[in-house]
Each structure stands twice: as C-alpha cells, then as structure tokens.
Design a protein around this ligand. Sequence first.
Ligand code: NAD
Ligand code: LMR
Length: 366
Amino acid sequence: MRRPVRIAVTGAAGAISYSLLFKIAAGEMMGKDQPVILQLIELPHAMNALRGVAMELMDCAYPLLHTITLHDNVEDGFKNAHYALLVGAKPRGPGMERSDLLEENAEIFARQGKALNDFANRDVKVLVTGNPANTNALIASRNAPDLSPSQFTCLTRLDHNRAKGILANHCGATTRDIGGIMIWGNHSATQYPDLHQATILGTSAMSQIDTAWYRDEFIPKVQKRGAEIIDARGQSSAASAAQAIVDQMRDWVLGTEPGEIISMGILSDGSYGITKGVYYSFPVRCNYGRYQIVHGIEINEFSRQRMTATEQELLDEKAVVEHLLPKETEESHQNLHICLRSGVTLYADNTGPDSDSRFMTTNRVM
Ligand code: NAD
Ligand code: LMR
C-alpha cells in the first residue's frame, strides 16, 4: 500500500464538498491504491456542520481514508498539504455575474496564498474553485512567492465537461465518442468553448453540426450554463462541480489518456498570444504530474475574437484586485519559461514517493 497523501479542502462543509469529499475518499481522484488524509477547513461558525460531514465520511468506512483532521483556519489546515482544493468562498445568486463576487472573495485568496506559501508541502498542487476562479487563482499564486505559479490552477474542467455533455446530447453520441473539446479563457460568460478541433467518433465535429447552432446556441449555452442551473435549482451547481474537480486533479496528477486534450485554467506564458500573467484556460495534456499546453492549434478569426474578449475580461478583473498582488511576484508571473518543480510528491520528512511511483524523479525543462 502506498503512503497516504495530504489533501486540504476549504469550504469543506459547503455544497460542493458534500459531493467532493466522498469521491476523494472513495479513491476517484487519487487512484484506487492511494490512501488519503483529508485536512478539512471551514469558517469557525461552520465547524459543527463540518463535524457532521466528518462523521458521515467515517461512517462510509472507506478503506483509503487514512485520517480526517478539522481546522477553523487555513494556516493549520494547509500544513504539509500535497494538494489544496480551494473551494470555500461565497457563491453567486440569481441575477449576479461571478465577477460580482470579486470584492467579497478576493481577500480570502490572498490569505490562502500566504498560508500555502508558509505551511504547505513545497510541491503542493493547488486547484481554485471559488469564484471568480481565475482571478482568485492569480491572487493566491501572487501571494505565494516561494511556490511556482505553475503549482496553481483554476477550475475550467466543469465548462469542458459541460461542452462535451451538451454536444453529445445534441448529436445523439456518448461523451466517450467525443474528443478535442477546448475551453479558452475565463470561467465566466465570456469563456470560449471551441469545437474547431473537436471530433465525434473520430471525424470533425464541425462537419457534423450546423455552424449557426454552434455559434448561436451551443456557445451561449455553455457560457451561461452556471446561471441556467442557478435559475433552476435556486443554488449553484455542486455535484457537477465536484466531479469536475476530481477530473481535473486526477488528470493533473495521474496523467491524461494518450491523445486526450483537457482544459485547465493555468498561468498564461504568452502561448497563443495571450497576455502573460493571467490565469487563462488552455488546452493541455498532463504527464509526470505536470501539465503542458497543446501547441500548434490553428486559430481562425472567429476564435481569435472570442479568445481576445475573454482575455480582456481577465485583464479587467486583474486591474480591480491589483492592490492584492504584491510587486515581488510580478516578475515570476511574467516569465514562466520553465517549470522547476519536479512533479514529485515529497513527504513532510522530505522523503520521496515509493519506487513504483508514476512520477518522474528528476527536474526537467518543459
Ligand atoms: P457553499 O456556500 O455551499 O459552501 C461554501 C463554504 O465555504 C461554506 O461552508 C463557507 O462556510 C465556506 N467558506 C467561506 N469562506 C471560507 C474560508 N475563507 N475558509 C474556509 N471556508 C470558507 O458554496 P458552494 O456551492 O460549495 O460553492 C463554493 C464556491 O465555488 C463558490 O464561490 C461558487 O461560486 C464556486 N463554484 C465554482 C465553480 C467552478 O467551476 N469554478 C463551480 C461551482 C461553484
Ligand atoms: C458554475 O459554473 O456552475 C459555477 O461557477 C457557479 C456559478 O456561479 O455559475
């Protein structure tokens, strides 16, 4: 049996976590042979609810669930964490845009970035879900000067999965028949779900769908799916968000299937002409515990306009939170040429993974 890894989750008594934690404990995220320690973090007033969640986790008797610890502050909760899932934040209600949460949630992520910097494992992998996810990831990573910006990501896998599900439903296919979906940009209504590289049963999706349907129905539907769910449920998506978190982390840690492309919100290194220094969703492949942008994709005029619009929104959001972005981390976020992190999961005593590890054990220039 492998040694357990530490997974910190904020907002652990919230709606998303009520699906997420049970999937992690069942081995859906880290693999069926990987024991986990759950470090659950909540606001002080929600600790009693959190105790209830912990009791339920215990009552499931998951063989892979090694330990559960409960924390009312991130400084304790992030200690030695190998993975940090930043879910805890206020969700939007009907009629709001995700960017309306910027003022309220931004401070949370500045503190969490500092706490990750000071207390988490040096190879911690961070996934920000709390909205607005891209800009919150930027705030967290800019407040963590000793970590690489490439250790921070934000959740756009939900948009990727939505695009896949909606396309499959439209074409009478299953999601297994679909490949090459790409989400570009912000997790917001400006995101660009791109089907130009998508395939259905191995043939071009664009040759099998009506262009007007793609432009006038599919794109706005994916962009506004979160709001559609809030209107229907009275609260934001939770189970599908949890599934997307599991999918994104699993692929990052264990690797994507050969040939598979996924979408991940990562720091722009200038690829595809996107301004450096913002967290932007790109098509990526993962291996050795790291992600790599898929290069060489042809971008037509229609795509370029949409990619630029969502980039501009991220730059506008960045301007609003400039006061939370320390100057000392500006340079590291402008020059992400190499990934110095090895992808190796080190333990608190600085020993590495066991010999059957799937991770590479040397640093490598990406
Ligand atoms: P929720 O209100 O049900 O739960 C959030 C929990 O976070 C609450 O229990 C709250 O006490 C806790 N919390 C708030 N601030 C905290 C902090 N500083 N430290 C620790 N815990 C804290 O909300 P939810 O439905 O679970 O959604 C959580 C966030 O995820 C929202 O911002 C929502 O908009 C966002 N979201 C993002 C995506 C995405 O695809 N990126 C998808 C769905 C939801
Ligand atoms: C979603 O996409 O479902 C979440 O970001 C919640 C929201 O506010 O839309």
